[in-house]
Design a protein around this ligand. Sequence first.
Ligand code: CA
Length: 713
Amino acid sequence: MNALHIIKTSLTILLLPILSLPVQAAEVTEGRLIAADKDASNWMSHGRNYGEERYSPLTQVSDGNVDKLGLAWSYKYGVDRVVEATPIVVDGVMYTTGAYSMVYALDAKTGRELWRYDPKVWRGIAGRGCCDAANRGVAVWGDKVFVGVYDGRLEALDARTGKLVWSVNTLIDPDRNYTITGAPRIVKGKVIIGNGGAEFGVRGYITAYDADTGKQAWRFFTVPGDPAKGDESDTITMIRKTWHGDTYWKQGGGGTVWDSMAYDPTLDLLYIGVGNASYWNPVLRSEAKGDNLFVSSIVAIRPDTGEYAWHYQTTPGDSWDYTATQHIVVTTLNIEGKDRRIVMQAPKNGFFYVLDAATGEFISAEKYGQANWAKRIDPETGRPIIDWAVADYWSTSEPKIVFPGSQGAHNWYPMSYNPNTGLVYIPEQVTMEYFEPLKEATDPRPGVPNLGLVIPKVPESLEAVEELAGVYRGSLLAWDPVKQEERWRQQYEHIANGGTLTTAGNLVFQGTADGRVLAYAADDGEKLWEQPVSSGVVAAPITYQVDGEQYVAFNVGWGGAFPITFGALAYRTHVINDSRLYVFKLDGKAEAPAITRRKIELPTPPPLEADEATLATGEELFGLHCGVCHGLSAMSADIIPDLRYLSDQSHKDFLPIVFGLRANKGMPPFGDILEPDQVEAVRQYVIKRAHHWRDELIKQDKRRAEQAQESQN
Ligand code: CA
C-alpha cells in the first residue's frame, strides 16, 4: 500500500460520515416564502409562491429544447394507490406524499430515499371517508415538515429524520366522516388545515396551529352549528340568518375546506375555498331557502386571529355539489388600464371568477366550461342568473340532468398562471349529474354518502357507458382571465387529468388520466413533448433546480373521487395502479420503469341460482352499502375491486371479507350493519351483474368483429 493510497483511504473514511448524512436540512422562513419568486431553484410551498401561481421562473428547459427531456430518476411509492401530492423541494431535498398520508423525503437530484414516515392510517378508513386515500402534499417551515393525515391528525416531523415531533387531532367530532386530504399551508408561523367529508354530513371549519408546538391558535367555522350551544362569533350569527329550519346543523351543513388556500402578504389576507352544502338536496337541508353561507364561497380571513374579512359566494344556496374549493390564485392583473390585486378561481360550477383581493368585490366572471345551471353572472350583483328550468330538481316531479356534475367543470387538479402569457391553464372537463330528490332524509351511516338524493343506478350496458364516455371529456384550457375568454385548448378523451405547471421557458406541463406526461408551448398550445408513464396522472407537476440543472417532477398514481365514483368511465383509461414519481431533465438517461396497461378479460362467474326476491333484496342492499365504491367501479384500475371480476376464492370468502377479513386492505367491515343472509343476497346480485357483464362483453366482441368485417369489405 503506497502513501498516496493511504491518504486516499483515510480521506474516504473521514468523508464517509459527511457523505452519508442527509442532504442539507430544510430551513423555510417567512422571508424565503415571501421572496419565492426570486428563488427560482426551490419549490418551497404548495403553489410555489404564496399567491399559488404555480409558475416557475426557471428557463433552462424551454420551448426550444423540451423535446430533449429524458428521465433523470424515478421512485416507486410504498403503496400503489392514488398520488395527488405536489412535492415540495427545499435546497436539494424533496418532500412528497403518497396514499394513506405517507411522507417521503428524497434527494431531489438522485431520488435516493432519505427517510419515509408512515402515520399508520387504518387502511379500512379509506372506505369511510371522501375521495380515496388521497393526500395532496406537505408543508415545510423552519426545520419541520407538516402533514395532514387522512384520519384527521395534523403532524409535524423533523425534516432531517422524519421523526414525529408533535401530533394533534383536528376533528371536532370523531363519529363523523371527516378526513384530511389537503396540504397544510403555513402563514406567520401558523399551520392551517381544513377537512373533507361534506357528502357524509359534517360541519366545515379550518384550524390554525402554532408550528413549533402544535398548540391551537384559532378555528374558523364556515357554517353555523347547533344554535343551542351559542354562536362562536358575530360572523356565525351573521351567516346563520342565511339558513332555515333545524336540519342543517344536525346534518352538519357541509362547507368543508378540503383543498384550496392562498395568502397575500401585502394585504395580509388568507383566502380559503369553501366546499358544497350538505345535504345537496336543499329541501332537506334548509327548506330550500337562503344562501346558506359560507358554502361554495371564497372567504378572506386574517391569518393572525382567524377573523372574517370578506366573502364571495360563487354558488348561493348550492344544491349541486358546486364546491369553491378549487385552486385559488392571488396575483396582479391589468384590468381596464389599472393594475389590480385580484383573486381568481375556476370552481366546479363552470364560471371563471376574478375578484378584488382586498375587498372581494366582483370584477368579472364568464363560463369556462359546459354549464347549464346558470345563464350568466349578473355584473351588478355578482350573483348567478340561475336557469331554474334546468337547475331546480326539488320542486318538480321530473329528475333533472345538470351540467356540470359533481366532478365539476374543474376539480381540485390545480391550475397555473403564467404572468408572461397572461394565461391561466385549467384542467377543464365536461361532466353532468342526474338529480332525483329523496322526500325524506335517510339516517347517516359510516361511509355512506348522505345527499338527500336517489343514488343513480349503475349503467350496466357497455353501450350506455360508451355513450356517457362521449360526454365526459377533458381538456387543457388556456384562459385569458382579463378578457375572460378561451385562448387555446388541447382536447383529451378522458376527464380527471392532472394539475398544471407553467414556466418562464414558455411551457405548460401536465399529466393525463390515461398515463402520459406532456409539455405544450404556453403561448399557443403547440404540443412539444410526450412520454408514457406507469399510471394515470392526477397530481400537478413541479420544477426545480439542483447544482445548476433543472428538473421537472411528475407524481404518477391513478385514483381519487372520479375513478371511485365513476369507474365505469374511468376504466377506459386502461391504466393500472403503479404509483411512482418521475423526474426528468435535459438529456436524462435513466432507465424508464416498464409500463403495464390493463387488458379486459372475460370473467367466468359462478352459476346464477338465486330467486328474483333475493336478487331484488341484494340489489337494494348493494345500492345502499356497496355501490358507492364497487358499483360504478367497473374495471376502475384495481383501485377498488370490480365485484363482477371476483375470483372463486373471493366468492368463497365473501362473508368474511364483508365482515372485516380485508379491513387492512381498505375494505370496511359491515358486520354491524348487515346480517349473513343479507350478505349472501348481495353476493347473488353480484353474480347476476357478472353474468350480465359477460353477455355485454360478448356482444361488444361481436359488434367489433362485425365492424372489422365491414371495414374489410
Ligand atoms: Ca363535494
